[in-house]
Design a protein around this ligand. Structure first.
Ligand SMILES: [Zn+2]
Ligand SMILES: [Zn+2]
Length: 307
């Protein structure tokens, strides 16, 4: 579990709820829908394997989102003097020359922090420098690169290194929800009154009542999770195609500015999901870091950082 899970009881309970719901869905699908409906047929085996494969990927992507480092910015504690100097330097930025003046004594201090680019700023909560597009998460109490939002359902931040797994998780949950609804419909269309769960079957009416109750619960669960992930994925995709995170989208909306994306959608999606074929985007495995994923910090500064 991520470090936030230890300090965020809400995240811990949300994770337990998610896992319980996924295991319950598997139980109902196998025990009450697939086995009674496709008893002894190849279709039964196919559905068991397919459903459990998707469920396995959902678990794996959930675990990877929950346990991975979302892209915490290395902490380099700065003193009050450095913060003051940093702000002074910001004031002296001269757009005519597109550079900072750098003769004063204060700049000598700043120049020791060579990794600080012009677009870096200081997080006063972490008391550390941070790169552009990094935001402070109050739950994790750290700055996260390209932070999207803190998600209690995965008990972690969705940021530069976890957004891919998060997108995979919502994709697999959407597939599971749709698959469950399709199996519910199939099970009732081909319901056999003399079968294991039938009224005239070996377990009588009790089995049929249990099947009805489990099916209703699974139907509600699938509808709720399905609608939720569709809404979340619309938000996610809209933000990615606008080349911004959810945090940045909210900040932009406050300023009422419109964003006009200039790059192709595939390229923007590839930036989140990693370089390579789109099939790799669906697998919860490590991807090669893209050019922008590399936080360039000179070696001498790197030694003074605590990650
Ligand atoms: Zn911070
Ligand atoms: Zn967080």
């Amino acid at each position: 579990m991520s470090r936030s899970c230890c300090v965020d009881p809400c995240g811990f309970f949300c994770v337990i709820i998610v896992w319980s719901c996924m295991l319950y869905a598997d139980y109902v699908v196998i025990e009450w829908l697939v086995l009674p409906t496709f008893d002894g047929s190849l279709w039964g085996a196919i559905h068991v394997v397919l459903y459990n494969t998707v469920l396995f990927f959902a678990f794996l992507s959930h675990l990877r989102t929950a346990l991975s480092d979302p892209g915490y910015v290395p902490i380099h504690k700065v003193s009050q003097a450095e913060i003051d100097n940093f702000h002074r330097r910001e004031l002296r930025y001269d757009p005519d020359y597109d550079d900072y003046t750098s003769e004063s004594a204060e700049d000598t201090l700043i120049s020791t922090n060579q990794f600080v680019g012009r677009d870096w700023n200081i997080c006063t909560r972490c008391q550390s420098f941070r790169p552009p597009r990094a935001h402070h998460c109050r739950v994790c109490n750290r700055c996260v690169q390209r932070m999207d939002h803190h998600c209690p359902w995965v008990a972690n931040c969705v940021g530069q290194k976890t957004q891919k797994y998060f997108l995979q998780f919502i994709l697999y949950v959407a597939i599971l929800a749709g698959y469950s609804v399709a199996l519910i419909i199939t099970a009732w269309v081909f319901h056999d009154d003399n079968g294991i769960t039938g009224r005239r079957g070996p377990y009588g009416e009790n089995a049929q009542h249990a099947k009805v109750i489990h099916t209703i619960c699974l139907g509600i669960e699938s509808a709720l999770f399905g609608l939720f992930v569709v809404a979340v994925s619309c938000d996610q995709l809209q933000a990615i195609f606008n080349e911004e995170t959810i945090v940045e989208a909210v900040m932009r909306r406050n300023t009422r500015r419109r964003r006009v994306p200039k790059r192709p959608k595939r390229e923007l999606l590839g930036e989140v999901c990693g370089p390579g074929h789109w099939i790799l985007w669906m697998l919860p495995c490590n991807s090669l870091p893209g050019e922008r994923d590399i936080l360039r910090i000179p070696k001498d500064v790197g030694r003074r950082l605590e990650v």
